[in-house]
Design a protein around this ligand. Structure first.
Ligand SMILES: [Zn+2]
Length: 258
């Protein structure tokens, strides 16, 4: 994600935070839309996440305290159920991967992307048996490798990395979360670009996407692109905030699909 601007939306700023929210905010142009990502019971409070919910509990708590001056007591913070999976694997290995991922600063040239990809490949090969793909830093590393491959037009390799992220995305972004929808879109388009039509349709029919579109044939890929732009470019999880632009929006699509 890259900062692209700042917006002030007073009514939406009334929404409280949960690390396990039932809504997300998306943008259509400058228009802010509140969308549910799971079934909401009558009388249930609408919540969004002010921060990246992928982080483990201790890091979420630290950021919320520092940035918003409160302690979250949502169900995810109380039971810390997913933390073990998020930090699975050997600690020295994920700490090395975490530092490496945090060092990547939006490469602007082909040479810079090549360096990023080389670093990702080195880490992925050296930690194969030490980190599962559900480890959140390994997941970020796979995402980074996928982005690098897309920018370098190495579609087959991009698909290889992207496919590995789908299981962890399902685990951490259940139901209709737009970040999962974007990831499915990226992988589905890569499959389509390589002639894997049945697999592409299978990917694009999965829940977050099937809930908002009807796939009849490949001719509807234009509408997928529109959805991708809607959920991918202007999704960001808090209300009075920096605009975020998906760094992949200009690079994720093989040219054959543009
Ligand atoms: Zn929480």
């Amino acid at each position: 994600m890259q900062d692209v601007g700042v917006g002030l939306y007073p009514s939406m700023s009334l929404l409280n935070h949960s690390c396990d929210p039932n809504c997300v905010i998306i943008f259509e142009g400058y228009q802010l839309l509140l969308r549910s990502i799971r079934e909401i019971q009558i009388g249930e409070e609408l919540t969004i996440s002010y921060i990246e919910s992928l982080m483990p509990t201790s890091e979420r708590q630290k950021q919320l305290k520092r940035q918003y001056c409160f302690e979250c007591d949502c169900c995810l913070c109380q039971d810390q159920e997913k933390d073990a999976k998020k930090l699975a694997g050997e600690e020295p290995a994920w700490k090395e991967v975490k530092d490496a991922v945090n060092e990547v600063k939006y490469p602007k040239s082909k040479e810079e992307w090549e360096k990023v990809l080389a670093k990702c490949q080195h880490l992925l090969s050296s930690h194969t048996s030490h980190l599962p793909d559900t480890n959140i830093y390994q997941l970020k590393l796979l995402d980074c490798a996928m982005d690098a491959c897309i920018n370098l037009e190495a579609w087959e390799q991009a698909l290889c990395y992207g496919s590995r992220t789908l299981g962890p995305y399902r685990l951490y972004y259940p139901d209709f979360h737009p970040l999962r929808a974007v990831q499915l879109m990226r992988v589905g388009k890569l499959q389509y670009s390589q002639g894997m039509l049945p697999q592409a349709l299978g990917t694009l029919k999965q829940k977050p996407l099937s809930g908002v579109m009807c796939l009849q044939n490949t001719g509807s890929l234009t509408s997928h692109l529109k959805l991708y732009i809607t959920v991918g470019v202007f999704f960001f999880p808090w209300t009075t905030c920096c605009f975020k632009k998906c760094q992949a929006h200009s690079c994720v699509l093989p040219t054959v699909l543009c």
